[in-house]
Write a protein that binds this ligand. Structure first.
Ligand SMILES: *[C@@H]1O[C@H](CO)[C@@H](O)[C@H](O)[C@H]1NC(C)=O
Ligand SMILES: *[C@@H]1O[C@H](CO)[C@@H](O)[C@H](O)[C@H]1NC(C)=O
Ligand SMILES: *[C@@H]1O[C@H](CO)[C@@H](O)[C@H](O)[C@H]1NC(C)=O
Ligand SMILES: *[C@@H]1O[C@H](CO)[C@@H](O)[C@H](O)[C@H]1NC(C)=O
Ligand SMILES: *[C@@H]1O[C@H](CO)[C@@H](O)[C@H](O)[C@H]1NC(C)=O
Length: 351
């Protein structure tokens, strides 16, 4: 009798455990389905990304001619997570990587822009840096643009992607392919993790401003480089902005003028870019994007800056260009580009 009742209790407990387990599983499952960017739920067929992947496939293969407008409307206002999920679902549906398919079917600048948008950003940046270090273009802007604008986690992801893709570290690459103080500067940018601390220490700002002043005004033959490299590469952005402002109030000269008077070449351009970015991220990127859209349009930079400005928001950049240059970005795009490339650019900035 006692035996029977205890086995009943055990059975009840087991049923409760199974019941709780089922409920727990269901909650987790619906939670997964509710998060539409969740790749697992996509694999199970519960996500709009499946529809988008199909739409892209259809646009690529349905006709003799690729339906480029369908591709534009499918990828335009998607987040990076969405696009990643679309790529994963695409692969599971068709057994081909989405990026390779796009590269096979599309051409020209349109292909470049679509491929950049579909790629993971850090993989795109890794490729850009590799290309820039190997090319004869001597384009220090690529390195500066990317190293300045990426947060620490992105820089770590970029370093990792670089090592995987090219079997060498980013540091070794910079060591090998860049020279002089510019090399010191970008290695420091990579090494120094700017903290996200948003509070400003005013007495540090004053000390650093004085250190910079002494670096260029002491009685040595040549301006000291290391102070500038340290301050410009390592302070968090609000702190650096304060230091730059303090320099002006203490010594009546802008840091840009000081840099131009004391330094030259890639090193000076790198420092100027950092100073400008510290003052306003939006207007730095806006200015660079505006430059890329001049008469001799620089498509390569344009595409890179489109990817960089995704983090800030294309609309902010559009406004910053209007404020700073008094021209409409849409107008510039219409004037300088054409075809589906133009349509995609317009839709990115009109979303
Ligand atoms: C391209 O796709 C769009 C929408 O996805 C559709 O409205 C249009 O008819 C298609 N064009 C062609 C030529 O098939
Ligand atoms: C993308 O655009 C569609 C239609 O214009 C809109 O319904 C949707 O909310 C947009 N998605 C995002 C992430 O902005
Ligand atoms: C600024 O830094 C100094 C020295 O590190 C410290 O003593 C001071 O308390 C800091 N000031 C503020 C406002 O955090
Ligand atoms: C560095 O810049 C400062 C400020 O513009 C200037 O007074 C100084 O002469 C420059 N130093 C050298 C070595 O050119
Ligand atoms: C767009 O412009 C490029 C040169 O800027 C030209 O080669 C190409 O044929 C043009 N495409 C269209 C569709 O007009």
């Amino acid at each position: 009798m006692a035996q029977t009742s205890s086995s009943v209790v055990v059975a009840r407990i087991n049923i409760w455990i199974i019941f709780t387990w089922i409920i727990f599983g269901l909650v987790n499952f619906s939670h997964g389905v509710a998060q539409l960017s969740n790749l697992e739920s996509c694999a199970l067929g519960f996500c709009p990304q499946r529809t988008y992947a199909k739409a892209i496939h259809f646009a690529l293969i349905a006709d003799v001619k690729v339906n480029e407008s369908a591709i534009i409307s499918t990828i335009t206002n998607k987040t990076a997570d969405d696009l990643e999920a679309i790529s994963v679902v695409y692969k599971s549906l068709y057994g081909e990587s989405l990026i390779n398919e796009l590269r096979d079917y599309l051409t020209g600048k349109f292909e470049e822009l679509v491929a950049a948008l579909i790629s993971k950003d850090y993989e795109f940046y890794a490729k850009e840096i590799h290309h820039s270090l190997r090319g004869n273009s001597d384009d220090e802007n690529v390195l500066i643009d990317i190293l300045l604008t990426q947060e620490n986690e992105k820089l770590s992801a970029l370093k990792q992607a670089y090592a995987i893709q090219y079997l060498t570290s980013l540091e070794e690459e910079f060591e090998k392919h860049t020279i002089g103080n510019f090399k010191k500067l970008i290695l420091k940018l990579l090494e120094c993790k700017r903290d996200k601390y948003e509070e400003i220490n005013y007495s540090h700002a004053e000390n650093d401003a004085r250190k910079l002043y002494h670096a260029v005004n002491a009685q040595h033959e040549e301006a000291n480089y290391d102070e500038f490299i340290g301050v410009m590469s390592c302070l968090n952005w609000p702190q650096l902005r304060q230091t730059i402002m303090k320099y002006y109030t203490l010594f009546g000269e802008s840091i840009e003028t000081v840099i131009k008077n004391n330094y030259s070449g890639d090193f000076a351009r790198g420092l100027l870019a950092i100073a400008e970015y510290a003052k306003s991220k939006d207007s730095f990127i806006a200015q660079r994007l505006y430059q890329s859209l001049q008469d001799d349009i620089d498509h390569h930079s344009l595409i890179r800056l489109i990817i960089i400005s995704k983090n800030i928001g294309h609309n902010y950049i559009k406004e910053a260009i209007l404020l700073r240059q008094h021209v409409s970005l849409i107008h510039l795009i219409l004037e300088r580009t054409n075809g589906s490339y133009e349509k995609l650019l317009l839709s990115l900035f009109e979303e």
